[in-house]
Design a protein around this ligand. Structure first.
Ligand code: DC
Length: 234
């Protein structure tokens, strides 16, 4: 008997293991995968590349209809293009990381990207199902998701993981854990404090604190939560 499709929302701040966990869970369960942070980063990359002042909310709102952002949803090889250009490298630059919270706080940007996310999820719901990772997936984008998980970790653990990641990408900032910790705290405050769909745990999401867990333990925990949900619904 075919397994019914399942929609999994994984939210939380960066440095909690969200991306690695979401990709691995999707790959092991045979589901599609969508990195919604990459979509906000792609929008931000386009704004910077086109000389839009990201502090000018009206300019960002007006320009947000222009770029065509396309996400590939294979968890083993996720892709992201803007107007046909592969931007998977450039969207991780420090310039984009510094500007993405401002761009993603603009309601018109969120409305456009939310619509994209819902249409990708609807396509996956007609097929195998999908793991969608972000900040507001369980609360706003897909409130009817079958399973909702909110990942957290201590500020120290998150800063250490993020620095290691940056060092792996050859970033100079990778060595400086305390600067990374401050940058993460600033981005969290902006993402959780904005008016339009702030980062938040949905009331019916399960919180998993990853501070003391290995990546493998987090993946297993999330898979077991998804399987529980599936059993309850079948
Ligand atoms: O997950 P990430 O660090 O690549 O996300 C980049 C930024 O995008 C993050 O600082 C906030 C924003 N974002 C958002 O506002 N809503 C989402 N669903 C995902 C990301």
């Amino acid at each position: 008997m075919a397994v019914p499709p399942v929609i999994v929302a994984i939210d939380g701040p960066s440095g909690t293991g969200k991306s690695s966990t979401s990709r691995a869970v999707a790959a092991r369960l045979g589901l599609d995968y969508l990195d919604t942070g990459a979509q906000y980063r792609a929008m931000t990359w386009w704004m910077l590349n086109n000389g839009i002042d990201v502090r000018d909310r009206a300019a960002v709102a007006a320009a947000s209809v222009k770029p065509s952002i396309v996400s590939g949803t294979d968890p083993l090889a996720p892709t992201i293009t803007v107007d046909g250009t592969d931007v998977s490298g450039p969207i991780r630059s420090p310039e984009v990381t510094a500007a993405v919270s401002a761009v993603s706080a603009v309601p018109e940007v969120r409305a456009r990207i939310t619509e994209l996310q819902r249409s990708i999820a609807a396509g996956a719901a007609a097929g195998v199902g999908i793991v969608v990772e972000g900040r507001d997936i369980g609360t706003t984008v897909l409130p009817a998701a079958d399973a909702k998980i909110f990942l957290t970790a201590s500020p120290e653990a998150r800063a250490a993981r993020r620095s290691a990641e940056l060092a792996g990408q050859g970033g100079v900032a990778g060595a400086d854990v305390s600067a990374t910790r401050e940058a993460l705290a600033r981005r969290d405050a902006a993402d959780a404090g904005r008016q339009a769909s702030p980062m938040a745990k949905a009331d019916d999401a399960t919180e998993v604190d990853t501070t003391e867990l290995t990546l493998e333990q987090v993946i297993e925990r999330v898979i077991s939560l998804v399987e529980q949900r599936r059993r309850r619904e079948s």
